[in-house]
Every structure is written in C-alpha cells, then in structure tokens.
Ligand binder design. Structure first.
Ligand SMILES: COc1cccc(CN2CCc3cc(OS(N)(=O)=O)c(OC)cc3C2)c1
Ligand SMILES: [Zn+2]
Length: 262
C-alpha cells in the first residue's frame, strides 16, 4: 500500500542525487516497536510555553508548508521531558499522503497514520541560531504528533484557510496569532523519545525526537486541502500535487526508544 507512495515520494527532486549520510547510523524516521520501547521513569513532564504573538508567516517550501515563528527570543519554548536544555520553537509543518491510508513518517508497530505534525525547536541554551544548532548532536528537538481522520479540528481551520494563498512553491503569506499548542493532544506526557535526524535535507543527526502517544483528529476535508497544495512553482509547466512528502523509514541501528509511560 505504501510502497507505491514511497515510489512517488522518491521521484521528488528533493530526493535526487547523493543523499547517503556518511556514517548515518541515527537517521529518521523509524518504526517504533512499542513492546521494545523502554520505560524510563527519569523522563520528566514536557513543558511547552508557546506565545501565539511570535507566529509570523506560512509558506510553501516545495516539500511541505511551514508555519514560522520569531525565534529571536525565548518567548515560545520547550523544555523538560528528555531535554536538558531550553529549546526555541522555530517552525512547524506536516507530512501527509495522497490517501488517508498512509502519510506519516514514523509508524507505531508498522501502523501508518494519514499525516504527522512536526514542531521544530532548537537549543537556545547552547547555540544562538538554528543554523548552528542544526549541526550539533543536542541541537534540535522535534515533537511529532500523529493525525487521524475524524472530526473537524477547529483550531486547524485558520491554517487550512490560509493554504489556498500558498498553493505554489515559494509563496509566503503573513500568518499571525496562531497558538501551536492547539495542535497538541490533550495529554502530552505520554511519548516515545529517541535520537535521530531531520527527515529532510540537511538530514543532520541533531534531533531529539519526542513522538506523542496520543493523536489529534482532523476532518477528511481539512486534510484534502493539504493535498491541494503543489510541489511546483507557478512558472513550471507541469503542476504536481503536494502529497506523499514523507521520507522512507531508516534502520534503527541498535538505538533505544524510551517511553515516558509504562
Ligand atoms: C540547514 O540550515 C537551515 C537553516 C534554516 C532553515 C532551514 C530549512 N529547514 C530546516 C529544517 C527543516 C526540517 C524539516 O522537516 S523535518 N521532518 O523536521 O526534518 C522540514 O520539513 C519541511 C523543513 C525544514 C526547513 C535549514
Ligand atoms: Zn517533518
């Protein structure tokens, strides 16, 4: 089912050319084998403090759409959980499929979800810019939230309504006063965590992944608007629907996946 989608995904220009990461033994995404995850009682509750006023713009980068936040101060931050330091929110984005049968990057016991939300943060205790942190072991923290198709997500609708304005690669519109906390599940203290990488270039192995156990629900129609976006810019002759923008799963290479719940 997903093999066809993986074939389509691999055709995207993003994945042409040499992408083998030298010595890449902590790549993402992965399948989380739930029964093999290790409960770690030392894992603390996650503390996210997001200021909706730091929300700046939404744009189509030719692979997903990104909602970008002002990360020049510690106004929107994440700490606790598996994290030793304070991390600043810089953007969030999604990955999704051409159908509701697949679309997520991570899986739970091989179970595919129709989409996955990623909230990208960088370590502002140790670095002064995302660009620096992206190269470092403990530089990034990404929260992953699975999406399921069901009831309409009221908080998401403001974002869905902005998407027609950024249909093409490279388009940007102002997008303000959006609280990303509305996209988190009610319980953020049940999660899995492991050390991995970005799933898009530069694919650097600098990410502490925090994958939520609980999913959020969005409606079929809301997800259909994601699929109305285009990978291609307005000038290109052939327009390609932005779907299947997920990376193939990577080998675990002996990494431990810890759980915050037993
Ligand atoms: C490599 O230096 C950069 C500095 C600033 C911004 C970027 C652009 N990049 C950051 C990381 C990232 C990571 C992304 O996905 S993911 N799954 O978090 O790895 C992504 O998905 C659409 C987009 C981006 C955008 C790179
Ligand atoms: Zn992502």
């Amino acid at each position: 089912v997903r093999d066809a989608a993986e074939h389509v995904m691999k055709m995207h220009p993003m994945w042409q050319g040499p992408l083998a990461i030298p010595g890449g033994d902590r790549q993402s995404p992965i399948d989380i084998v739930v029964r093999k995850s290790i409960f770690d009682s030392e894992l603390k509750p996650l503390v996210s403090v997001y200021d909706p006023n730091t929300c700046q713009q939404i744009w189509n980068n030719g692979y997903s759409f990104l909602v970008e936040y002002d990360d020049t101060t510690d106004k929107s931050t994440l700490k606790g959980g598996p994290l030793q330091d304070n991390f600043r929110l810089c953007q969030f984005h999604f990955h999704w499929g051409e159908s509701n049968a697949w679309g997520s990057e991570h899986t739970l016991d091989r179970r595919l979800f129709p989409a996955e939300l990623h909230l990208v943060h960088w370590n502002s205790d140790k670095y002064s810019l995302f660009e620096e942190a992206v190269m470092e072991d403990n530089g990034l923290a990404v929260i992953g939230v699975f999406l399921k198709v069901g009831k309409r997500h009221e908080g998401l609708q403001k974002l869905v309504d902005a998407l027609p304005a950024i249909r093409h690669k490279g388009s940007v519109v102002e997008f303000t006063r959006f609280d990303p906390a509305c996209l988190l599940p009610s319980n953020i203290n049940d999660y899995w965590t492991y050390h991995g990488s970005l799933t898009t270039p530069p694919l650097t192995e600098s990410v502490t992944w925090i994958i939520m156990k609980h999913h959020i629900e969005v409606s079929h129609d809301q997800l259909a608007v994601f699929r109305s976006l285009l990978f291609t810019s307005a000038e290109e002759d052939v327009q390609k629907s932005m779907v299947n923008n997920f990376r193939v799963q990577q080998p675990l290479c002996g990494r431990a996946v810890r759980s915050s719940f037993s």
